[in-house]
Structure formats: C-alpha cells, structure tokens
Design a protein around this ligand. Structure first.
Ligand code: GLN
Length: 357
C-alpha cells in the first residue's frame, strides 16, 4: 500500500504554546492549502511539539501540562486532522489523573475524524525529562494495528530516548526499541523527537561558560536568519542528500544540510532491521521508520533537526562487491534507504510517499 507521510520539523519557543500552535498551523496551511501539496495520510510532529521541551523544573512545566488526550495539543491535532483528513501524531506533556497524578512525556495519535486512537508514553527517559518530574511509561513500548485507507498497518511508537539504550546503561547491542519493533512485525515506526545536535553546547564538557554562551548566540542567529527559516522538501530525487558515512566529529553547523552523524546513529540503532551478511532472512517485508525531530536552541541545548524517513527494504546482496556494503551500519548499507531528510537547523516540512509492500 502507498501512504503519504508528512513531518513538521518545528522550532517551538519554550512555553509559548499559542505562538507555536499558530506557526505550526500556518506552515501546514502554506504547504497543503496555498501550495496545494496533496495532503498526507499521516502527519507527525516532534516531541513536546507545541510547548517546547527543556523545562528546568516541574514548577516551570506545570502550566503547560495537559490532561490525558484532552489538552490543547490534542485539540490542535484534532483540528488539523479534520482539516486535512489525516492521522496526526503529536508529542505533549501529559498529566494523568491517577492518584497521585503522574507526569508523562507522551504522544497522542488522532484519526482523520478527530478521534483519539492512541496515547503512547515515553518508556526510556532522558535526563531532561527527569528535571520536570516525568515518569516513565509503565506499559513499555506500544504497537497497534492501525486501520489506514481500509488496510491494517502494524504501527509502533517511540519517543526520542526510546531509541537509545535504557538510561544509556543497557548494553548497546540490546537494541530494545528496534528489537521490539522487529519482533512484533511492525511495518511503520513513528517517532516524535527532540534529539540533540552533537554540536549542542550543553554536551560540550570542555567549554567554558563564556565559550558556551558565545556558541549559543551563534546558533540562535543562524537559526533565526530568515533565509534559513522554512524549507519544504517534497520531491524525492531532486533534493536527496548524498549518502554519507559522517561520524560525530565531522559535522559543521549548516542549517540546510541534514546531519548525517545523527542520521547514521539512528540507522545504527535500527541495526536489527538491516539486512547484513550474517542474518539473511530477518525482514520479510519492508518497514518504514519516520523520525520527526525539532530544531532550535533552548538555553544551551541545540537540537539536531535532520528529520528523516527511512525505508528498510530487506534486500540482500546480489553481487560479490555488494557484500561489503551490507556490512556497513550506516546509510551506505543498501538495505536502508534514506527516503528524505531535512536540514539540521531549519524549520520545514518533509513529505514523502512511502510504500509498504
Ligand atoms: N538521546 C537523545 C539525545 O541525545 C535523547 C533526547 C530526548 O530524549 N529528547 O538527544
């Protein structure tokens, strides 16, 4: 089946819900109304898309917490879904009405009719989540059968850190999330994210405070420059970045360029989906992973953008020369196709038609 996927790569301002919601809506309107781009079947937004992410305390996030699938983000998604007749998946900070109440980092999925279909709570927490009093999901990773265009699609949800080893402590090769997706026969993997750039001043241990704030200003200016403001990526071949095996050390901050060090890391975290020389028959059908990240800077945290749609095609090497490529664990491996990627520092919309065989 064919599906049209759209990812909205936003630069939300921390705590400016109204402004963020209006901006997100106007980007959609510009694309799907004014430019008359054919509307998507599924629209994905980042983690905590309309509230911002890096809240320093529970007190700070409190005014922005939303009752489970009933708050402002869900309502925004319902409006969008009904307007463009699509599923919408959006990250939001949830306050559940259990007693005692708990806070979760969640993503709600709304149907084209505006019905709440699923509420996924982040399972693996990042330090930043703990700063604002977030609890981890007690249900673990979630997989649902989604009825889209009359067909059932096994769909799993992950939020950012879910792609990492649990607490960065579990063995790297446990591949908890991607292993779960493979085991459950997931065909569509949807991930709202607020993933950091490897250039983020917050993770540069060797910088002085002055150097950090200088860098903060530098990134802020680059991201706010209008020419870097909005980027629509619609057609496949035209703008597809060259395949690269960049590593974490090699990137410069170029807003319009996808950060392949992050993309390759994500591909590596989907290792179980790569066909390689040792495992010949894992993937019977293809699977598509949609990683919708945000951009921008919140205090000293720089997010990495590079929103990506990956197709794991399950192909096997057909020639001797190819064999070596199948040993790669990055975008050079022929069993993964980068169907599209946005830049590391621009807001934008990535639209792709994908096929589930
Ligand atoms: N591992 C991710 C990162 O380094 C986690 C961020 C998140 O969960 N938002 O960016």
């Amino acid at each position: 089946m064919k599906l049209r996927i759209a990812c909205l790569q936003l630069n939300p301002k921390l705590g400016e819900f109204e402004e963020n919601a209006n901006l997100a809506y106007s980007l959609l309107q510009e694309t799907f109304k004014e430019k008359q781009v054919k509307k998507p079947n599924i629209l994905i937004l980042p983690e905590l898309a309309l509230t911002g992410y890096n809240f320093q305390s529970q007190q700070r996030i409190e005014p922005f917490l939303e009752e489970t699938t009933k708050g402002a983000s869900t309502q925004w998604a319902q409006k969008v879904s009904k307007t463009w007749d699509c599923f919408t998946l959006i990250g939001y900070p949830e306050k559940s009405l259990e007693s005692p109440p708990r806070i979760y980092n969640s993503a709600v999925l709304v149907s084209p009719q505006g019905k709440v279909m699923n509420n996924y709570r982040k399972s693996f927490l990042y330090e930043a989540d703990e700063h604002w009093g977030c609890s981890e999901s007690s249900d673990g990773f979630q997989t649902v059968d989604l009825l889209i265009e009359g067909k059932t699609v096994k769909t799993s949800f992950g939020i950012c850190m879910d792609l990492n080893p649990y607490k960065f402590e579990a063995p790297f090769t446990d591949f908890e999330f991607s292993g779960h997706c493979l085991k459950t026969g997931t065909r569509l993997i949807l991930c709202p994210m607020a993933w950091l750039s490897p250039l983020s001043p917050s993770i540069k241990k060797d910088l002085s405070d002055i150097e950090k704030s200088r860098l903060q200003k530098f990134y802020l200016e680059k991201i706010d420059t209008p020419e870097f403001d909005v980027n629509y990526e619609l057609k496949k071949d035209e703008v597809l970045p060259t395949r690269m095996n960049e590593t974490l050390e090699t990137i410069d901050f170029e807003p319009s360029k996808p950060d392949y060090s992050n993309i390759n890391y994500w591909i590596l975290r989907f290792f179980p989906f790569l066909t390689h020389v040792y495992k010949r028959d894992v993937l019977k059908e293809n699977a598509v992973a949609v990683l919708c990240n945000r951009v921008g800077i919140e205090s000293d945290v720089l997010y990495g953008g590079s929103t990506t749609i990956l197709n794991f095609n399950g192909k096997l090497p057909s020639t001797q020369e190819e064999l070596e490529l199948y040993g790669q664990t990055n975008s050079l491996n022929p069993s993964v196709e980068v169907l599209g990627a946005l830049g590391m520092g621009q807001q934008g919309i990535l639209v792709r038609d994908i096929e589930l065989t």
